[in-house]
Write a protein that binds this ligand. Structure first.
Ligand code: UD1
Ligand code: MG
Length: 475
């Protein structure tokens, strides 16, 4: 960390989250594309704290699996869950021995900013540097002034303003409930002082739990000092305990993401109507119209237009592309793609540059070469399409025989007439033509015209003499 104080983070993520009324552990609920736990971890790392102990308990395997492969993550198990103090006690054996300070956070506070964590670290370092010999600094807490502090622990100070204790809502007297300064659930402690205080915790309180917050009064009673950092933005300290708070947190994260993109040169016509998840990247001078949703690890290049109502998930789109009212999922498009309105690009759709996919066209597991067009009413699945190919309206690849999927190969400069069925496996070689309405079951050779239709025949005067209407008129 920045101040050369070796800091380890402890993230409490063992609780059940009863108020979520969910089979999923609370910290695995997502806000703006990241689980709350991932988001907290992200901020911890952005604040320069590289080692973390995640305390898991309820749904431990699921929570561990959600962070698989993440560097610097150690796990501790809290079973059963006897409160936040008990939780941190379980983390102690996993904290590296050379740790000087412990940053403790809740896994359910996804709005905490990395800057705030950095500010806490800096102020803690300043506090350590300015120690009063008779009252050494033991820790620092993030607090916040709330108009409605209901549900949070209250910060109790003495007449001189020194922090004396945190009192939980359920244990607070009527007078203490009037206190508007609350505990945000984020702390930095001197490691030896924390260890000592944790060893003295008891569970004599309204909830019968070992409260981490009791560490504060124990340290104060031992004559140690506790500093505070007050969060400027009350939203930042929101602890998500139910789904109403989850929705509020997600909406704030979407708001922040949109703001970050706009400041980096992206135009968003109506940010409140768009949901752009936190890991999405968008290039400068791209314009995003209302009601677009960009999810997962989507990357949109510079100078694109996402016209209204696009839903784009885990997809990449190159510079200068134009997409209107379309759905893309695990698809890629090169530069200057023209997609939609009403196109559906499914997993494995890979468009080269200058490709047009028009209305009601569905592309799945298919490569479409440079300059090729699938302009209307088509299904192209399990296919390799070359360059400068025109796929006529209503063409489909018949890729599925009821058991297996088969490949359709189309070379360069091919013209596929409207309403063609390509029965896979089948190849159409370079420069070939297919007459409209054909059902192609065999290779079409390079440069050839394939026609697969019965010859048209006529019955003269049938309409005037033999049609039901004609017969009716005669009767
Ligand atoms: C806690 C604080 C409260 C503070 C609030 C801020 C305590 C006693 N109270 O209350 O002062 O204002 O956070 O949001 O600490 N957890 C475990 N193991 C447990 C219990 C909880 O890992 O045995 C985890 C939960 O998964 C959660 C976090 O600790 O991520 C906080 O627990 P929660 O039950 O939400 O505490 P609050 O009642 O919100
Ligand atoms: Mg909470």
């Amino acid at each position: 960390m920045s101040n050369n104080i070796k800091t380890t983070a402890v993230i409490m993520a063992a609780g059940k989250g009863t108020r979520m009324k969910s089979a999923l552990p609370k910290v695995l609920h997502k806000a703006a594309g990241r689980t709350m736990l991932q988001q907290v971890l992200h901020q911890v790392r952005a604040a320069g704290v590289d080692e973390q102990v995640i305390v898991v308990g309820h749904g431990a395997d699921e929570v561990r699996a959600s962070l698989q492969g993440q560097p610097g993550c150690h796990f501790a198990l809290q079973m059963p869950q006897l409160g936040t103090g008990h939780c941190v006690q379980q983390a102690l054996p996993k904290i590296p021995a050379d740790t000087q300070a412990v940053l403790i956070l809740c896994g359910d506070t996804p709005l905490l900013r990395a800057e705030t964590l950095r500010q806490m670290q800096e102020q803690f370092a300043v506090g350590l540097a300015n120690q009063a010999a008779d009252k050494p600094l033991a820790g620092l807490l993030l607090t916040c002034l709330l108009d409605n502090p209901t549900g949070y622990g209250r910060i109790v100070r003495d007449k001189s303003g020194s922090v004396q204790a945190i009192v939980e809502e359920k244990d607070a007297t009527a007078e203490q409930k009037q206190i508007r300064e609350i505990n945000a659930g984020a702390y930095i402690f001197d490691y030896p002082a924390l260890q000592k205080a944790l060893a003295q915790l008891d569970n004599n309180n309204a909830q019968g739990e070992y409260y981490l917050t009791d560490v504060i009064s124990l340290l104060a009673q031992a004559g140690l000092r506790l500093d505070t950092v007050q969060a400027a933005d009350p939203l930042e300290t929101t602890g998500v305990n139910d789904r109403v708070q989850l929705a509020a947190a997600a909406s704030e994260l979407y708001h922040r993401k949109a703001e970050e993109l706009m400041l980096s040169g992206v135009t968003i016509i109506n940010p409140a109507s768009c949901c752009i998840e936190l890991d999405v990247e968008v290039g400068a001078d791209t314009v995003i119209y209302p009601n677009c949703q960009l999810r997962g690890c989507t990357k949109i290049g510079p100078g694109c237009v996402l016209d209204s109502d696009c839903l784009i998930t885990d997809s990449e789109v190159g510079a200068g592309s134009h997409i209107t009212k379309s759905v893309l999922n695990q698809a890629t498009a090169g530069q200057k793609a023209e997609i939609g309105p009403f196109a559906y690009l499914r997993p494995g759709a890979r468009l080269a540059d200058n490709v047009k996919i028009g209305d009601f066209a569905e592309i799945k597991n298919a490569k479409i070469g440079n300059g090729s067009k699938v302009p209307h009413l088509s299904y192209i699945g399990d296919a390799e399409v070359g360059e400068n190919v025109n796929i006529g309206c209503g063409t489909i690849t018949c890729n599925y025989d009821g058991l297996n999927k088969h490949l359709t190969k189309i070379g360069n400069n091919v013209f596929v007439g409207s309403n063609t069925n390509l029965v896979a496996p089948v190849s159409v070689e370079d420069d070939a033509f297919i007459a409209a309405g054909s059902t192609i079951t065999k290779t079409v050779n390079a440069g050839a015209l394939a026609v697969e239709r019965s010859p048209q025949r006529e019955i003269a005067n049938w309409g005037r003499e033999k049609s039901p209407r004609a017969l009716n008129n005669k009767a």
